[in-house]
Design a protein around this ligand. Structure first.
Ligand code: FES
Length: 118
């Protein structure tokens, strides 16, 4: 079911970044994920990333689990499939600035690509 949801989300945009934020509640309290989602939507609008013609066009959706289930809130950014953990507001602002706008993933905030429990 999660794969179906993710496939649906991924198929919406032919380009740009797709940000997924877990709100299931096992990695962190669901309210933290919801708050991050709202903050991310504001940052996306503030930087004009909601414009499909923007070179760093970005969408953001909440999801029910990203397969990590600890150390959350967990966020994943596609197409790179990079997962960030323990994302707070300061971390989120760095991720937007460095990853989404400058194309430089924030290494000290990311999970190893092979550290998933999936
Ligand atoms: S519950 Fe958040 S990653 Fe699984």
């Amino acid at each position: 079911m999660i794969d179906d949801l993710n496939t649906s989300i991924f198929s919406r945009s032919p380009h740009g970044h797709r940000v997924l934020i877990c709100v299931k509640g096992n990695c962190a309290h669901p309210d933290l994920g919801q708050a991050l989602h709202q903050k991310m939507l504001k940052l996306i609008r503030r930087h004009g990333l909601d414009d499909p013609h923007h070179p760093h066009y970005t969408t953001c959706n909440i999801v029910q689990c990203l397969g990590v289930c600890a150390g959350g809130p967990i966020m994943m950014i596609h197409p790179e499939a990079i997962r960030y953990h323990q994302v707070d507001e300061a971390a989120l602002e760095r991720i937007v600035r460095e990853h989404l706008l400058q194309g430089q993933p924030v290494e000290d905030l990311m999970l190893s690509p092979l550290s998933s429990s999936t």
